[in-house]
Design a protein around this ligand. Structure first.
Ligand SMILES: [Fe+2]
Ligand SMILES: [Fe+2]
Length: 166
């Protein structure tokens, strides 16, 4: 697609993250299954539910603004999902794989945080006042997920990985 205006850029960025969220709804069940610690499986499952809600929130933004999303595939998320598959292929189930899965999941969250942060800034600039709270809500969910993953890693996940490896 050609991007010539800030409105075009907003549509492009929203289309990109829409693709990213859709890819994640397919990847998260696989990650939940691959995790060893029950709390990590639960965290992935909880974020799957949230992610489905985030897709619906984008649909609401689209309706609200009367825009049309472009059919694009988020190449970054495709790569991050691919790396998650590599982890599953290369690390046996257990604390070490969990540590790798948590790290990969945080890369995903950071990508999403950057994407929604950009969308919020663009929406503000353009004056999409009604869409802004929806985008902010998702931004906060992504940040909370990132923090939850940090807590899981620091709260023993990575220590267990170190003990197992020693
Ligand atoms: Fe998301
Ligand atoms: Fe997320």
């Amino acid at each position: 697609m050609t991007v010539k205006t800030i409105e075009d850029l907003f549509v492009h960025e929203l289309s990109d993250i829409y693709s990213a969220e859709k890819q994640l709804t397919k990847a998260l069940p696989r990650l939940a299954k691959a995790a060893d610690a029950a709390e990590l499986t639960a965290a992935f499952e909880a974020h799957l539910e949230e992610t489905r809600g985030q897709v619906e929130r984008i649909d609401k933004v689209v309706d609200l603004l009367g825009i049309r999303l472009k059919r694009i595939k988020c190449a970054a998320m495709e790569g991050l999902v691919e790396e998650g598959k590599d982890v599953i292929d290369s690390v046996d189930p257990g604390p070490l794989r969990d540590a790798a899965l948590m790290g990969g999941a945080q890369k995903v969250e950071h990508y999403e945080i950057a994407a929604y942060g950009t969308l919020c800034a663009l929406a503000k600039q353009i004056g999409y006042r009604d869409a802004l709270p929806l985008l902010k809500e998702t931004l906060e969910e992504e940040k909370a997920t990132d923090e939850k993953l940090t807590m899981l890693a620091e709260g023993g996940g990575n220590r267990r990985a170190a003990i197992k490896a020693a």
